[in-house]
Design a protein around this ligand. Sequence first.
Ligand code: FAD
Length: 458
Amino acid sequence: MGPSLTNLLKDSESLKTGMRGEVLLPGEEGYDMARSIFNAMIDHRPALIARCADATDVALAVKYAHAHQLTVSVLGGGHGVSGLAVCDGGLMIDLSRMKETTVDPDRQIARAQGGATWGDFDHATQPFGLATTGGLVRSTGIAGLTLSGGYGFLMRKHGLSCDNLLSAEVVTADGRSLTASADQNPDLLWGLRGGGGNFGIVTSMEFRLHPVGTVYGGLVVFPIDQAKNLIRYYDDFVAVAPDELGPLLVLGTLPDGTKAVILLVCYAGSASDGARCLEPLLNKCGTPLMNQLAEMPYEAVQSIVENFNPRGKRNYWKSTYLSGVTEEAADVMLQRFLAAPSPFSHVVLYTLGGAMAHIGEQSTAVENRSAHHVMLLVGMWDASDDDDKNKAWVRQLFTAMKPHSCDGVYGNFDYDSGLERVGLPRGAATFERLQALKDKYDPTNFFRLNQNIRPSQT
Ligand SMILES: Cc1cc2nc3c(=O)[nH]c(=O)nc-3n(C[C@H](O)[C@H](O)[C@H](O)COP(=O)(O)OP(=O)(O)OC[C@H]3O[C@@H](n4cnc5c(N)ncnc54)[C@H](O)[C@@H]3O)c2cc1C
């Protein structure tokens, strides 16, 4: 039996009265703003939106959804390109007001609420010269990113975001608040490190911090005719580069329409060491069109990628893992990139390795720690009439890279990661463990708008 609209609207008053935050219904001021997310292709309309102010609000919203048999979606930073954070016709539990971040500089720990973004987090920790691995765009949510792993400039030195997650407060499907830590519900903590939003709503997260003040980083832009040469050399270079170096290589289009190959780096060490480290790579590829490498605050290097990823464009993304880039693979990347129908689309080699690769595959639910790169295929454009050709471009590039890729996708970088993901090739042992956790914490699959792990009985 589905929810009755009349009851829903009548009872939403009781939810409004109980909550410290707001409840928004279709047509009300703020409703359209609240349901709009990074990816403009997502136009879902929840029956109601609970904009929670605290963990008690979250628990109330969960109980309300149970009582009315509503599908639930959970919004953190709103960067999930698949749009699973916004449901159609159900209850969207919106944590975007819950951003508070507190720092204990002596213990080098920060605790942030589940709707905080990496911008909120860095803003709180950087005055103490501290940071942890976080996403490259300030408006990405800490929760969505961490729960599925969390790649960032610092991962080669300090591990993934989820490797630095020390504990979390979670509202589970039955409305209880649980702590997941090394001492309390350690199985749940394991699942939160890579298992996505399957086990509950994370209302706060505690992270280990590291001394990170100024770094050496920025962009270096080369002409596209250097791309093949640079990709091949880059692959060899980063395989032996120090863990301080967090590098990405991007095939993209400059604002004036020039296609280019772009190095984006963050060296988490001294400027002189960083310059020395990068010298062989820079010398290999002739004169750059632009070199902006400099010593800069960590927060400055964290804001560079935003220029390539403005909010409000239509997005279709896929990703694949690479254990290296052969000449043939470099050629596929380049030729397909040159055929991109939109100047906003780009191809990224997001380089892995270092500390994140030294953590055992079974220690967390994250897959593919041993790959050398995750290759991110970003289709980005403006007009809905162009949806088909831009999606087709991403899919064709993804298929063309298959022979050069290792198994697996990074759920955080995949538009289709939702329902398609069930049973996909995590190691069998990891998947079984995740499913056992799902059986324990969410046996009815109440939280299913995510990279879903289905309970064994459904
Ligand atoms: C511009 C851009 C840059 C990015 N850069 C990086 C990067 O550098 N590294 C990287 O690893 N990824 C990156 N990503 C991908 C990003 O990690 C995912 O999109 C992630 O899902 C974003 O989390 P969110 O909270 O912002 O998203 P949302 O869309 O709000 O949430 C996505 C999903 O996460 C789950 N979720 C979110 N919050 C909670 C919560 N509090 N409790 C339980 N479940 C929750 C839900 O299942 C939800 O559907 C980027 C994405 C974008 C759009």
